[in-house]
Design a binder for this molecule. Structure first.
Ligand code: PAF
Length: 287
């Protein structure tokens, strides 16, 4: 990789603002790809999408303490800045914004928070209370720091995307949200930074998530109840995974779809495999 391909790395808000200001002065549009690092091909696909949408791509890498609850994996969450910068080479990122916790929260955890509202306490929010408030708060801060024209998120975090879009709408934030499809291994496992915690046996067990989603999609023409039953049957055959939730929800409402409702919906799932909690989802068409 040449130095020209390698993104610049900036650690402070002041320098990042100056970098963006100088790009804007030259007429460049700006895209932001917010990440927590430990980048994989899914992240790189977001960066490539962003590079197709704007002249300058900023990738933020920040493991946000505010969105981790007590007993969650904040300490263990992988941090790999050098490898991340290396991986980003040639994918179109101009700059990596990698602030410290003190840079983002100089007075300790932010007292002012964005509240995710009712959808924020369902599913991921029910298992991880406060997670979405913490996520939206840091995303709002990143939007204010970078002031991008567009930000790109992955469909893999379907509930997160739903809530970020709501925040942009509710708070009149002047940017567009683009959503890029989930990237999977050949065997169906959705790419996730947490996959690196899985042993090879656990990676095989983890396929239960994508298999359950597939079973739900296959049974969807018979209705929501059949789709749910099919997914639960897949989990029943995989004792190595502990199911947190599987549900068929409306893409906008994130409310469970009632039996008899037809049309597009989203199947969402979360399960633990060993010490690793995984989530996945896929659009389905209910008959
Ligand atoms: O999806 C993530 O990696 C995080 O939730 C995000 C959006 C970067 C905020 O910390």
């Amino acid at each position: 990789m040449t130095t020209a391909d390698r993104p610049l790395v900036i650690h402070t808000i002041a320098e990042l603002r100056e970098f963006v200001r100088s790009r804007r002065e030259r007429g460049a549009s700006v895209a932001l790809v917010p990440t927590m690092g430990a980048l994989h091909n899914g992240h790189l696909s977001l960066v490539e999408r962003a590079a197709g949408l704007a002249d300058t791509v900023v990738v933020s890498i920040f493991v946000n303490p505010l969105q981790f609850g007590v007993g969650e994996d904040l300490e263990r969450y992988p941090r790999a800045l050098d490898a991340d910068v290396e991986a980003l080479g040639g994918h179109g990122a101009a700059v990596v914004f990698a602030p410290s916790v003190d840079e983002m929260y100089p007075n300790g955890p932010s007292l002012t928070r964005v509240t995710a509202g009712p959808v924020g306490s369902l599913f991921e929010g029910a298992t991880r209370p406060g997670h979405f408030d913490g996520m939206l708060t840091v995303v709002a801060k990143l939007f204010n720091i970078v002031q991008p024209d567009v930000a790109v998120f992955g469909q893999k975090d379907a509930q997160q995307v739903r809530l970020v879009k709501q925040m942009v709408l509710d708070l009149n934030l002047p940017l567009r949200i683009e959503v890029a499809p989930t990237v999977r291994e050949d065997d169906g496992l959705a790419l996730s930074s947490r996959n690196r915690f899985l042993t090879s046996d656990e990676s095989t067990v983890a396929l239960v998530l994508s298999k359950a989603l597939q079973a739900a999609a296959d049974s969807a023409p018979k209705g929501a109840a059949a789709a749910r039953d099919a997914a639960h049957a897949v989990f029943a055959n995989e004792p190595g995974a502990v199911l947190d939730y599987f549900e068929i929800v409306g893409a906008d409402t994130f409310q469970p779809v009632a039996e008899g409702v037809s049309g597009p919906a989203v199947a969402i799932v979360a399960a633990s495999v060993g010490a690793t909690r995984l989530i996945d989802n896929r659009p389905i068409d209910l008959g």
